[in-house]
Design a protein around this ligand. Structure first.
Ligand code: CP3
Length: 364
C-alpha cells in the first residue's frame, strides 16, 4: 500500500465525519474543467478519455484548481469520469466535443446478445481501471497533504441510463422503457453495476482516495416511487457494502457522500442511509434541508445554483448568505459547494469571490 505525506489541512474530512469545525470546508463539483484557461492549455489536443487514462495529465488537471485557489479550497476530486465503469464493462464510450459522451453501440434491449454478454462477463475493475488508481496515487503524492482527495463513481441508476440511452437525453425514452417494461432485467443489471461500484470505490481508497462520492446525476428523472425501486436500493447496496469491503482489505473506512440530483423528495430516505454526507442541489432550501439532516445526524454538502456564478458579486453574496445562515452558521454539518458542477464560461475570479464570501460570512 502506498505511503502518503501527512495532512496539512483535513478540515473537509473532519466536517464529513460530523465533527465541529472552525469554518466550513469548501470545494466545487467539476472544479477541474472547461471554465479554467489552464485546463484547455494542459488538455491541448488530447482526447478527454486519453486525459483520464494518463495519470500524469489527470493529476495535473486535478491540481489546477488546488493551485489557483490555494488557501481557499479544502478538497480535490480526481479527474476522471463516471463512464469509466461502462467502459470497464466492455462498452465503447467516446466524448464528442461540445456534445458530451456518446455510446456508438448502446444496450438495446434485454433480449439482445449484448445484455447477456454483459451480465455474464466477469468484469475485473482492478485491471480495467488500473489507470484511475495510478492517477489517484500520483495525485495524492503531488497534493502533499494540502487537501484531501475524493474518489467517485456514478450511481447504478445514472450509469444504466447512459448505457441504454447511449448518451445525454431529454426524453429518457430508452431507460424508461427498460425499467417499466423489463423491471427484473433492469434490476439484475443495476445490481451488477452496484457490485462493480463497491469494488471500484474500495480500490480507489486503497490507491489513496480519502473520501468518496456517488453521483446520481439523473435521480430527478424518477418519481418518488420509482426512485425507491430503481435507485435507492442500489445506492444503499454501495453504502452498506463498501465499509466491509474496506475492512476486508485492511483499509480504514472513509466518509461516504451521495449526491442524488433532483431527488429532493428523497431527502428523508437518503438521510436514513449509511452515507455520512448528503449532497444537495439548489432545489433545496438550505434551512429546511439542514433541519432534516441534523435530526438524522447527517452532514450536507451544497448547494448554490451554479448559475449564480454568472450573476456577479451581489448575487453571489446573497446566495452565500442564505447558505451560511441556513446551514447553521457553518461550524458543523456543512460542506460548502455548488448544487451541481460548475459550468463552462464562468469567470474563475467569480468562483474565487464565492469562496472568499463563504470565508467572510461564516466568520473568518
Ligand atoms: C453525469 C456525469 C458525467 N461525468 C460525471 C458526472 C457526474 C457529475 C455531474 O452530474 O455533472 C463526473 C465527473 N466528470 C468529470 C469529473 C472531474 C472531477 C471534477 O469534478 O473536477 C467528475 C466528477 C470531468 C469531466 N467530464 C466531462 C468534462 C468536459 C470534457 C471536455 O469537454 O473537456 C469534464 C471536465 C464530460 C462529461 N462527462 C459526463 C458528461 C455528461 C459530460 C459532458 C457534459 C459537459 O461537458 O459538462 C458524464
Amino acid at each position: 500500500m502506498p505511503e502518503f505525506p501527512p495532512m496539512k489541512n483535513d478540515l473537509l474530512l473532519r466536517a464529513a465525519r460530523g465533527e465541529k469545525v472552525e469554518r466550513p470546508p469548501m470545494w466545487v463539483m467539476r472544479q477541474a474543467g472547461r471554465y479554467l484557461p489552464e485546463y484547455h492549455e494542459a488538455k491541448g489536443s488530447h482526447d478527454f478519455f486519453e486525459c483520464c487514462r494518463s495519470p500524469e495529465i489527470a493529476s495535473t488537471l486535478t491540481l489546477q484548481p488546488i493551485d489557483r485557489y490555494a488557501g481557499l479550497i479544502d478538497g480535490s476530486i480526481i479527474f476522471s469520469d463516471i463512464l469509466v465503469i461502462p467502459q470497464a464493462m466492455g462498452m465503447e464510450v467516446i466524448m464528442v466535443d461540445k456534445k458530451g459522451p456518446h455510446f456508438p453501440d448502446p444496450l438495446m434491449s434485454p433480449s439482445d446478445k449484448q445484455y447477456h454478454e454483459i451480465m455474464e462477463r466477469d468484469v475485473d475493475v482492478k485491471e480495467a481501471l488500473d489507470y484511475v488508481y495510478k492517477a489517484i496515487t500520483m495525485t495524492r503524492q503531488k497534493l502533499d497533504g494540502r487537501v484531501p482527495l475524493y474518489g467517485f463513481c456514478g450511481a447504478p441508476w445514472t450509469l444504466l441510463s447512459y448505457m441504454v440511452e447511449g448518451g445525454g437525453t431529454k426524453m429518457f425514452k430508452q431507460v424508461k422503457t427498460w425499467i417499466f417494461k423489463y423491471p427484473e432485467e433492469s434490476k439484475k443489471l443495476l445490481q451488477k453495476i452496484a457490485e462493480l461500484c463497491v469494488e471500484y470505490l474500495a480500490l480507489q481508497v486503497v490507491a489513496g482516495a480519502q473520501i468518496i462520492q456517488v453521483f446520481d446525476s439523473w435521480a430527478g428523472e424518477l418519481s418518488p416511487t420509482s426512485f425507491k425501486e430503481f435507485s435507492l436500493p442500489y445506492l444503499n447496496y454501495i453504502a452498506d457494502h463498501l465499509p466491509n469491503r474496506l475492512r476486508e482489505m485492511g483499509q480504514e473506512v472513509v466518509p461516504m457522500t451521495v449526491f442524488a440530483k433532483g431527488a429532493w423528495y428523497a431527502l428523508d430516505d437518503l438521510c436514513d442511509t449509511a452515507y455520512n454526507v448528503i449532497g444537495l442541489d439548489w432545489l433545496h432550501s438550505p434551512k429546511e434541508a439542514y433541519a432534516i439532516a441534523q435530526k438524522k445526524g447527517k452532514v450536507v454538502q451544497g448547494n448554490a445554483d451554479p448559475g449564480v456564478l454568472y450573476g456577479g458579486k451581489e448575487a453571489i453574496t446573497a446566495v452565500v448568505k442564505e447558505m451560511v445562515e441556513g446551514f447553521g452558521g457553518g461550524k458543523q454539518g456543512w460542506i460548502a459547494n455548488l448544487g451541481h458542477g460548475i459550468t463552462p464560461f464562468v469567470n474563475p475570479d467569480d468562483l474565487k469571490f464565492f469562496f472568499e464570501e463563504i470565508h467572510r460570512l461564516s466568520g473568518r
